[in-house]
Design a protein around this ligand. Sequence first.
Ligand code: ASP
Length: 279
Amino acid sequence: IAYDACVTDGRRHQYYVSCYCYLDVYFSFFFCFFFSSRRRHTRLRRDWSSDVCSSDLTPIGVFFLVAWTVGKIGFESIVGPLGWYMTTVLVGLAIHGFLILPLVLFLFSWKNPFRFMWQMKRALMTAIGTDSSSATLPVTIDTAESEGGCSKRAANFVLPLGSTINMDGTALYEAVAVVFLFQLYGIELEFGQLIIVVITATLAAIGAAGIPSAGLVTMVIVISAVNMNLSGSASGPLPIAAIGIILGVDRILDMCRTAVNVWGDAVGAKLITRLAPDE
Ligand code: ASP
C-alpha cells in the first residue's frame, strides 16, 4: 500500500529510503538481542562473538571499506596528481613502517622486528579497520601483552601515551599533504618554509586526537604557519579550503597512517619492556 501511494505520488525513492530505515532498525534489534541477552551463551553466540572480535573477519571488512571508498570517489580520482600524492604518502609510510621502525627495534633490542609485527597483527588490522588509534588502544594493549611479549608496565604506560602523542604516520602524512597542496596551487616553497612544514607537522600530529581524519583537521595549523611566513611575498597564501581536494582519498590514507601510528607505539612498548620488565 505504501509503495503504491508513494509511486502514484512520484516519491518512489522515499519508499525505498523508508524500507531501508525499517530494515536497519530490525537488524539493530536483532543484533542487540543476539549479543546482549542475559541468557547463558549459546555455542553459536559465543562463536560469533569471538569471530567478530578476533581479526579473522577484519581483512574482509577492510577490503569492503576500500572498495566502498574507491566506488564513492570514482577510480579516475585516484589517477593523476591525486594518485601521485597518494603514492608518495603510501611509499613514505611503507619506508617508515617496514624499514625505519623495524631497524630501530632491531638495533635497540636485537629482536626480530617482523616476527613482532606478525604478533601485533590483530592490533594493526583493527587500526586499519577503525582509522582510530584510540579505538584500537584496548586491542593494542591486550595484543602487546598476550602475544607481543611486552611487559604489563611498559604496555600500560607507553601505549596510552603513544596513542595520543606518538603519531609518526600522521606527521609524515601532514607534511606530504601540505607540500602537495602548495605545489598544486603553484606556490613553490623555499627551504626555510619546508623546515616550518616539518616542525609544525610534527607538533600538529602530537596535538591530533586518535580519531578518524584528525590529521586532516590539524593540518590547518601547518598551512596557517606557512601562510604567515609567506605573507608579504609575491606568492599568495594557500586557501584553507584547499584541504577539500584531498578529502575524498583521505579514508584510504587514514587506514595506513593509523596502522603506522599503532605500529610505532607497539615498537616503543617493546623497547621500553627491556627497561621496565614485569617484576
Ligand atoms: N586516524 C589517525 C589515528 O587515529 C589520526 C589521523 O592521522 O587522522 O591515529
